[in-house]
Design a protein around this ligand. Structure first.
Ligand code: NAD
Length: 498
C-alpha cells in the first residue's frame, strides 16, 4: 500500500517516484511505502499554506481555540484507532501507544486556553496622551520535523501551539512512522481546521533541506537525534529562521544508599526498558552510590528483568515492550552490546539472542543489563536507544553528580533518595533540563514546558506550555498618542516620556 501526503485538506499521492519502506517491526515485513516529496511539492504546499494562514490568523483566537477543543474531543474518541496505528508502525505496546496519544492530547487541551496565552500588555498614559501596548502575532508558515519514537505525541506538541497561535504548519513526520500524522490531519479537518493550514509533507533529507531553505517558512521546530538537530539548527538560523531543535539524550538515575531499592529497581526497569528504550527520556544509565548499593540494586534488577515479556503489540496487554523500529536499529543496538563486552563491561543480562516464536524476523532485542560500565566505553558515550541499561558505579554523591554534569547530554535525570537535602542539592546543581526526585521519567505536564540542556537542545525556548506560544508568535509593541489637550511642538531630542 502506498501512503500519501496531506495537502489542502486531501490525501495526495506523491509525484517524485521515490518512496521509503514502512515496516511492521514485529514481523520485519514491509507494510506500506511512504512517498518522499520533492522540493517542488514542498514549495507548492508552503505557498498554499501561506494563503490559508492569512484567513486563519484573522479568525479570532476563541474560534481557533474551539477548533482545538473539537480536535481534542476527536483525538479522545479515536484514541484506540490512533494507538493501533502508532503500534503498527512503531512496534510499541498498545497501552504505551495510548500514552503516546494521551500526552499529545494534553498539549491540545492546554491549547484550548490559547486566547489567554496570546494576550498582550497595555500601559495606560505612559506619557502625555500616550498609551503603550503589545500584541503577539503569529509568525506565518512554520514547520515541524518530528522523530519516529512518538508518532502521535510529538506532532501534537508541534501542531497544537503553532496552529492555536494562528500559524499554518508544514509537518514532516518521520518516514518510519508517518501514518499517525496523516490521521491527525484528518481529525483536525473534521474539527474545523481550514484546508491548507496543516500540510503533512512526507519525505527525507531532500524535503527537510527544502523546508530549511524555503524563504516563506518562518520557524522550524525539530525533534530527533543530536547530529540532525545541530545541522537543522545551523541551517535554519543561517537562513534567518527561528529554530528550536531538540536532540538525543543519555539520562542518568542516581541511586543513593538511603533509597528504597525495590522502588528504585522498579523505576529503572520501567524507565530503562519501556518502549524498548526508544524514549528520549528513557533512563539508560543507573548510577548507584557505593558498592553495597550497587550490588543490592543489581540483585533486585535481575529477577525483574528476567520476568519481562517481549513481543508484538498484538499479543495483548501482558507484553512489556515490543521490537525496535527497524532492522538497522536492531543491528546497531546488538553491535553496541557486543562493543560493551569487548570493552570490558560486565554483561549481566544479555538480550541479543532473543527469538520470539512466529516473529523470528521481527526487530526484537531483549532487555540487557550491564554492570561496571565506565565513561570511556561506547555504550556509555553513545545514545543506544534500545533496551540496554548500563550501571556506572560511583563512590560518592559528588562523583555521581559530576558524572551527570560532565555528560554532553542534558535532557532528563533522576535521583532516588530518602534525604530531602540531597534531593534538593541535586535539583539545584545538576545541569539538566528535566529532573526527577524519586521519579524516573520526569516529562513535565503540558502546562509546564519540555526541553533539555547541553547537546539535547539547540535554541532558546522549550516545547509546549507558555514557551511554545512565545516561540510561535512575534511581539509587536505600539506607542499611540492622541493630541487632545497636548501642546507640544517638534521634539528633536530622544527623551523620557514625562
Ligand atoms: P532522526 O534524527 O533520525 O530523525 C528525526 C527527523 O529528522 C525525521 O523526520 C527524519 O526524516 C529527519 N532526518 C533524518 N536524517 C536527516 C538528515 N540527514 N537531514 C535532514 N533531516 C533528517 O531521529 P529519530 O531516529 O527519528 O528519533 C530518535 C531520536 O530523537 C533520538 O536521538 C531521541 O533521543 C530523539 N528524541 C528527542 C526528543 C527531545 O525532545 N529531546 C524527543 C524524542 C526523540
Amino acid at each position: 500500500m502506498d501512503l500519501t501526503h496531506w495537502i489542502n485538506g486531501k490525501h495526495v499521492k506523491g509525484t517524485s517516484g521515490r518512496f521509503a519502506d514502512v515496516y511492521n517491526p514485529a514481523t520485519g515485513e514491509v507494510q506500506s511505502r511512504v512517498p518522499l516529496a520533492t522540493v517542488a511539492e514542498l514549495n507548492a504546499a508552503v505557498a498554499a499554506a501561506a494563503e490559508a494562514q492569512l484567513k486563519w490568523a484573522a479568525t479570532n483566537p476563541q474560534r481557533r481555540a474551539r477548533v482545538m477543543m473539537k480536535f481534542g474531543d476527536l483525538i479522545n474518541q479515536n484514541m484506540d484507532r490512533l494507538a493501533e496505528i502508532v503500534s503498527r508502525e512503531h512496534g510499541k505496546t498498545l497501552p504505551d501507544a495510548r500514552g503516546d496519544v494521551q500526552r499529545g492530547l494534553e498539549v491540545i487541551e492546554v491549547c484550548m486556553g490559547a486566547p489567554a496565552m496570546l494576550k498582550g500588555e497595555y500601559t495606560d498614559s505612559a506619557g502625555p496622551g500616550i498609551d503603550l501596548y503589545s500584541m503577539r502575532q503569529p509568525l506565518g508558515v512554520v514547520a515541524g520535523i518530528t522523530p519516529f519514537n512518538f508518532p502521535a505525541m510529538i506532532p501534537l506538541w508541534k501542531m497544537g501551539p503553532a496552529l492555536a497561535a494562528g500559524n499554518a504548519m508544514i509537518l514532516k513526520p518521520s518516514e518510519r512512522c508517518p501514518s499517525t500524522s496523516l490521521m491527525l490531519a484528518e481529525l483536525a479537518q473534521e474539527a474545523g481546521l481550514p484546508d491548507g493550514v496543516l500540510q503533512v509533507v512526507n519525505g527525507d533529507k531532500e524535503v527537510v533541506d527544502a523546508i530549511l531553505d524555503n524563504p516563506i517558512i518562518q520557524a522550524v521546530g525539530f525533534v530527533g537525534s543530536t547530529p540532525i538537530a545541530q545541522y537543522i539548527y545551523g541551517r535554519a538560523c543561517a537562513n534567518g529562521k527561528r529554530a528550536q531543535c531538540f536532540g538525543g539524550a543519555k539520562n542518568h538515575m542516581i541511586i543513593m544508599p538511603d533509597a528504597d531499592l525495590d522502588k528504585a529497581a522498579d523505576a529503572l526497569v520501567g524507565a530503562g526498558y519501556g518502549a524498548a528504550g526508544e524514549r528520549c527520556m528513557a533512563i539508560s544509565v543507573a548510577v548507584p552510590v557505593g558498592d553495597k548499593t550497587a550490588d543490592a540494586l543489581i540483585e533486585r534488577l535481575i529477577p525483574r528483568i528476567e520476568k519481562l515479556k517481549v513481543g508484538p503489540y498484538t499479543a495483548g496487554n501482558d507484553v512489556d515492550f515490543g521490537p525496535l523500529v527497524t532492522k538497522q536499529a536492531q543491528d546497531r543496538v546488538k553491535g553496541l552490546i557486543t562493543s560493551g563486552v569487548e570493552q570490558g563491561a560486565k554483561l549481566v543480562v544479555d538480550g541479543r539472542n532473543l527469538k520470539i516464536q512466529g516473529y523470528e524476523s521481527g526487530f526484537f532485542v531483549g532487555a540487557t543489563l550491564f554492570d561496571n560500565v565506565t565513561p570511556e566505553m561506547d555504550i556509555y558515550k553513545q545514545e543506544i536507544f534500545g533496551p540496554v541499561l548500563s550501571t556506572v558505579r560511583m563512590k560518592t554523591y559528588e562523583d555521581a553528580l559530576n558524572l551527570v554534569i560532565d555528560n554532553e547530554y542534558g535532557n532528563g535525570t533522576a535521583i532516588f533518595t530518602a534525604d530531602g537535602d540531597t534531593a534538593r542539592d541535586f535539583a539545584s546543581r545538576v545541569n539538566v533540563g528535566m529532573v526527577g526526585i524519586n521519579f524516573p521519567i520526569p516529562v513535565p505536564l503540558s502546562y509546564y514546558t519540555f526541553g533539555g540542556w547541553k547537546k539535547s537542545a539547540f535554541g532558546d525556548l522549550n516545547q509546549y506550555g507558555p514557551d511554545a506560544f512565545r516561540f510561535y508568535t512575534k511581539t509587536k509593541t505600539v506607542t499611540a498618542r492622541w493630541f487632545s489637550g497636548i501642546k507640544e511642538g517638534a521634539a528633536l531630542n530622544f527623551k523620557a516620556l514625562d
